[in-house]
Design a protein around this ligand. Structure first.
Ligand code: TTP
Length: 200
């Protein structure tokens, strides 16, 4: 009987985000299972954006069933911060419009926290990036809202999509803005004992 997979570490991706799956594929990683945890993502009163993403990523990891030996769980959370204000996923088109106008012509930060858990412990990293938006016109905002791309995106835009046309400059990690910092994620996975084929 072929039991060659018995010793292979297993990766559980605790995320419903198709972007995170694609970013992992860029590293040559295919999760063995995808099981998004259900947690309350409401920010606490006066919670700082960076503290917030770190807390949520950790809570996602803690909400998962305890990993078996040789099993590693990966969670992440991305948020857009305008000063101390957290811009989550817009609830509706009106909120998406409000976010886009708030971001127009200004710089904001994007924080992505990655949490990796094995049977022994949890590791956490937060990666910070800065994104500059050009001043937007009414026509640009209206066309963007009509595209529907804002849905399910922190801050109401996707830099990897049409929203890229709003961004003349970034400082930091492009994949972290999209949802998963690749260098840090690869390092954390290795630390937690996950190995994959073609790993650098
Ligand atoms: C700023 C920005 C965010 N985003 C996305 C990344 C995240 O998927 C989303 C932020 O929501 P998250 O809560 O981080 O992730 P999610 O709900 O999509 O998936 P899960 O919680 O199950 O892991 O916004 C982009 O795709 N492009 C961008 O430019």
């Amino acid at each position: 009987m072929d039991d060659s997979s018995g010793d292979r570490p297993r990766l559980v991706l605790a995320s419903a985000s198709p972007r995170r799956r694609e970013l992992l594929a860029q590293l040559g990683i295919t999760p063995d299972a995808i099981t998004p945890p259900e947690i309350d993502e409401t920010p606490r009163r006066a919670e700082r954006p960076r503290d917030y993403v770190a807390r949520i990523a950790r809570q996602k990891a803690e909400a998962m069933p305890a990993p078996a030996p040789r099993e590693v769980v990966l969670c992440a959370d991305t948020t857009v911060a305008l000063g101390r204000r957290i811009l989550g996923k817009p609830a509706d088109v009106a909120e998406a419009a409000e976010f886009l106008w708030a971001l127009s012509g200004r710089r904001h930060r994007v924080h992505t926290a990655v949490a990796v858990r094995n049977s022994a412990r949890i590791w956490l990293r937060v990666v910070d990036s800065i994104v500059r938006f050009k001043p937007l016109s009414n026509a640009e905002v209206n066309a963007y809202l009509a595209s529907g791309e804002w849905q399910g995106k922190a801050g109401g835009y996707a830099i990897q999509g049409r929203g890229g046309a709003f961004v003349p400059w970034i400082s930091g990690s492009f994949p972290a803005i999209v949802g998963l910092p690749l260098a840090e994620t690869a390092a954390l996975l290795r630390t937690a004992g996950y190995e994959w084929e073609g790993q650098a």
